[in-house]
Design a protein around this ligand. Structure first.
Ligand SMILES: [Zn+2]
Length: 126
């Protein structure tokens, strides 16, 4: 029997377990079977995760976080060193892309953990 949602797990636990790409319910089973594809059901506790649709919430969180890392660094570099535009592009574009690709799966885990804790599946109508 799949478990949809457990109220005795706190928000912090669910989100941090998701951040570690683990099941938000038990914290032991893998929440993902690929880079961004969640498992249908936790192998340890049978929590249903595959039906949670995080949509564009994880990319939003990732862009927000990476923007707050890269933009201040670029501004510090611009104010302290006279780098050419080409050097800025060679540093900040690959760094931004790498950070986005590295952070996105963890943000998706956190988003799934939060949505699971809230009992949301992403298909709610208002
Ligand atoms: Zn689990």
């Amino acid at each position: 029997m799949p478990i949809l949602y457990k109220q005795n797990i706190g928000f912090k636990s669910a989100i941090t377990r998701g951040l570690r790409r683990r099941c938000p319910c038990c914290g032991e089973g893998n929440a993902f079977r690929g880079y961004l594809r969640p498992v249908e059901m936790c192998a340890v506790c049978n929590t249903q995760l595959g039906s949670i649709r995080a949509d564009d919430f994880p990319p939003y969180l990732t862009i927000f976080l990476v923007g707050h890392i890269v933009v201040p660094l670029a501004l510090i570099a611009e104010q302290n060193w006279s780098w050419s535009i080409q050097l800025h592009m060679w540093i900040w574009l690959p760094l931004t892309l790498a950070l986005l690709l590295v952070i996105l799966p963890f943000m998706k885990g956190a988003a799934i953990g939060l949505m699971w804790r809230l009992g949301l599946k992403g298909d709610e109508q208002h």
